[in-house]
Design a protein around this ligand. Structure first.
Ligand code: SF4
Length: 360
């Protein structure tokens, strides 16, 4: 792998296009690396880097969060979730309980976990209790959840699944006719699991330059160079700039286990709407561990998935608005006082830009 400096020099030598070139990424890890390494400041001025739909917590339906809150408060379940979900605010429910963190303060047993196996351990340590693992994430996060369920965890553990697939959101943008980007840097971790071919539709059907990138600046710069060269030559393709990890076909075991345990369904994205074939649901064969089946009375809060009032997260997530363009950024909304999920999650663009020192 060439060093970042070398890629940067090659980038500078590319012919200058007539207009600006917007390159979208769809991965919170990419956006973090771009922001923390200051890549926006070193690229040619005609390049605009756009953070896109790369934060599963940001688009997690508030109905799901509300269900998790009520599972803790009303059903007395021990609810565990990945840590950045705990502070995500919702609009519905009692005013003093508008996040899992507030539910915890109100007496619910809410615990952060870092992996599905920690949820299993909680169930084993609390055999008399119902333990609900509220699991949001993209394909890479969902594969270990599926693997955990395939191992038949304890009966007192169920999963409230809020898993999503990344490519349908990109497809939605491209089908809209105004995608807001001229080139795509596809997520390396998703391609590791699902295979880089999943992103072929971007260049084959839409003529958009595409490259898979890893998380280090040199891999991202290689991908930027690749897509800019594709744009300048007018010959789009899919370039794998993370070949040391991403293999053709992806990870067969992970794909098989995802297929075995989950079904792909139409799913709501908070503030965006329902995206066809963009969600995972637990299949019938593993229905005994599905929290929606065990607690059906908590499934009645679906629909009308709004962001908090004044919060532009939905447009930020879809690459339509830069975080600093939200009028609440830095005024009412900071990591200490987050208004929307994009300022809460480590993968949210607002949080990442704030952490990187970006101010209005
Ligand atoms: Fe939402 Fe805050 Fe981001 Fe604005 S700055 S889009 S209110 S999270």
């Amino acid at each position: 792998m060439m060093q970042a400096k070398v890629w940067l020099e090659k980038l500078q030598q590319l012919p200058r296009p007539a207009g600006r070139v917007a390159i979208m990424n769809v991965c919170g890890g990419h956006e973090r690396s771009i922001t923390m390494a200051g890549l926006r400041g070193v690229l040619p001025d005609y390049v605009r880097l756009v953070p896109g739909p790369g934060c599963p917590v940001c688009i997690c339906p508030e109905g799901d969060i509300h269900a998790a809150i009520r599972l803790g408060l009303e059903d007395g379940a021990l609810v565990c979730a990945f840590g950045d979900m705990l502070r995500v605010p919702i609009n519905r429910g009692r005013a003093e309980v508008r996040s899992l963190e507030q539910a915890h303060a109100s007496g619910a047993d809410i615990r952060p976990v870092a992996s599905p196996m920690e949820a299993v351990a909680l169930a084993q340590q609390n055999p008399q209790r119902q333990v609900v693992f509220f699991a949001a994430g993209f394909e890479t996060t969902m594969a270990p959840v599926a693997a955990m369920l395939a191992q038949q965890p304890p009966d007192n553990l169920t999963v409230w699944l809020a898993g999503r697939l990344t490519w349908p959101a990109v497809s939605l943008l491209l089908e809209s006719g105004t995608p807001g980007f001229d080139a795509l840097v596809a997520p390396g971790h998703v391609a590791t699991v699902m295979g880089p071919e999943e992103w072929d539709f971007v260049w084959q059907h839409h003529g958009i330059a595409t490259a898979v990138a890893g998380f280090l600046p040199d891999s991202l710069l290689a991908a930027f160079y690749s897509v800019l060269r594709q744009v300048s030559s007018g010959q789009p393709m899919l370039d794998n700039c993370y070949a040391e990890v991403v293999r053709a076909g992806g990870n067969p075991f992970a794909k098989q286990i995802l297929q075995q345990v989950f079904e792909v369904v139409d799913a709501p994205w908070r503030g965006v709407g329902t995206i066809p074939a963009s969600g995972y649901a637990i299949s019938e064969a593993y229905g005994g561990w599905d929290a929606r089946r065990r607690f059906p009375h908590q499934c009645q809060d679906e629909g009308d998935e709004q962001m908090p009032p004044g919060c532009d997260c939905a447009r930020v997530v879809m690459g339509k608005l830069e975080p600093v363009a939200c009028r609440l950024y830095q005024t009412a909304c900071t990591p200490r006082t987050p208004v929307g999920p994009c300022m809460v999650s480590d993968e949210g663009a607002c949080r990442i830009w704030w952490s990187g020192g970006v101010r209005k």
